[in-house]
Design a protein around this ligand. Structure first.
Ligand code: XLS
Ligand code: NI
Ligand code: NI
Length: 444
């Protein structure tokens, strides 16, 4: 491909400078080329850039218009601008050393007047994305369809009371799956944008959930038909934009998927800020997904403890990320998933450098957490304490309970004749919190 003029000339490719560096445009912990256990850190962490925030977000909020003006956003027609924007995006992916990106159909290509026109626009941009992926080596972590911005989706997509809207959403996801396959996407995400309700006064909740399941089944069937081998991921979120969303949290989604016999086809894309909105720590959602063998990918961000909405900020909290990383590594990692920065700049962060600072901070925080978590697991102190705590189930009547060999009658007899009163055993919480603090304060 021909070499084009840099669209982000003020920043060069970010280098790893080491933990002591004071250079704000250098990595302190993320050394993409460092080999650990036969894999580079880039391969371990599989960082991904969210197209919608980093290349479609302009700083607008409900109280004011955009503040962030990028030079590549001006041009004669929407498709030409989209092509140039994509050049800038791939230049950024390369300079920030992210091996992956993720998009919604409507992030990368403008919506046309008809579905056919939208599909045509998408095809043009996808052809360009394919060339850029080839030229840079950047890959698609996942694709998805935007089924929430257009007014037609105001009452939901597959849970819309109007079958016409369901059909439109189906057509849009069909195309989004095709282009994800075309670009070698490793996953396909379903975030239920407006799949929920505002008021039960106008809602048939049971029927809407049946429709959501029917839609998911159609996606499963179509993936099979076109030979799309990527992993399907559900991204739970409890609320926003609707008052109540059906994909509330991982546990709710597991119940939903099992009810409709869909669980074999899905894993989870867990977003930190969505977990906290549901009243759970990030780590809780990871453990719930992992326990069901459904841990898929991470939307890496954080919220603000003072605010009740999805603020999508970059996460630099070593403690939160170390706890998460311990659970992720213990579960065997993310497989085809990755850490996708579903995070956006604050409205006054208008410089292109801000986009680099934001991602450098997020990548460094995850890289440091990754290293600390590896050390924690290698030393195995927490795991030993947890194993000891449950060791009464390893043998004797404990093992019989786990194996289903005893019931209430046998256990009653045991207590009455042999066991008597159980001895109180400490949960050692303060000791363990101190131990965790020590790991985090000492770093690597
Ligand atoms: C919104 C979601 C969204 C998904 C993709 O809260 O996080 O950005 O990740 O549709
Ligand atoms: Ni997300
Ligand atoms: Ni979100």
């Amino acid at each position: 491909m021909k070499k084009t003029k840099a669209l982000i000339p003020s920043v060069q490719q970010i280098a790893y400078d080491g933990a002591k560096s004071n250079n704000p445009l250098a990595f302190k912990h993320y050394n993409p080329d460092e080999v650990i256990d036969g894999k580079t850190m880039a391969e371990h962490l599989r960082f991904s850039i969210a197209y919608w925030h980093s290349f479609r977000g302009n700083g607008s909020d409900p109280f004011g218009s955009g503040t962030i003006n990028r030079p590549w956003e001006s041009g004669k027609d929407a498709v030409t601008v989209a092509l140039k924007r994509m050049d800038a995006a791939f230049e950024f992916f390369t300079k920030i050393r992210a091996p992956f990106y993720a998009f919604h159909d409507r992030d990368i290509a403008p919506e046309g007047k008809t579905l056919a026109e939208s599909n045509k626009n998408l095809d043009k941009i996808v052809a360009h994305a394919k060339e850029l992926q080839k030229a840079t080596g950047v890959k698609l972590l996942w694709g998805t369809a935007n089924l929430f911005s257009n007014p037609r989706f105001m009452n939901g997509a597959s849970t819309n009371p109007d079958a016409h809207v369901f059909a439109y959403a189906a057509a849009q996801v069909k195309k989004a799956m095709e282009v994800t396959k075309e670009l070698g996407g490793e996953n396909y995400v379903f975030w239920g944008g407006r799949e929920g309700y505002e008021t039960l006064l106008n809602t048939n909740l049971g029927r809407e959930q049946d429709h959501l399941a029917a839609f998911m089944q159609m996606a499963v069937d179509y993936a099979k038909e076109i030979g799309f081998k990527g992993q399907f991921l559900i991204e739970p979120k409890p609320k926003e934009p609707t008052k109540h969303q059906y994909d509330f949290d991982c546990a709710t989604c597991i119940g939903f998927l099992r009810t409709y016999g869909l669980h074999k086809h899905f894993k989870f894309n867990i977003e930190t800020n969505h977990a906290t909105l549901a009243g759970h720590p990030f780590q809780h959602e990871i453990e719930v997904a992992a326990a069901a063998d459904m841990l898929g990918s991470i939307d890496a961000n954080t919220g603000d403890t003072m605010l009740g909405w999805d603020t999508d900020q970059f996460n630099t909290d070593t403690r939160e990320l170390t706890l998460a990383m311990v659970s992720i590594l213990k579960a065997g990692g993310l497989g085809t998933g990755g850490f996708n920065f579903d995070a956006k700049l604050r409205r006054p962060s208008v410089d292109i450098e801000d986009l680099f600072y934001a991602h450098i901070g997020g990548m460094d925080a995850y890289a440091l957490a990754f290293k600390i978590a590896r050390k924690i697991l290698a030393e195995g102190k927490f795991e030993q304490i947890v194993a000891d705590r449950y060791s009464s189930f390893d043998k004797g009547f404990g093992a019989d309970i786990e194996n289903g060999k005893v019931g209430f009658k046998e256990l009653e007899k045991l207590v009455l004749t042999k066991l008597g009163e159980p001895k109180l055993q400490s949960g050692k919480q303060e000791y363990l919190e101190n131990l965790m603090a020590q790991y985090i304060n000492n770093g690597v």
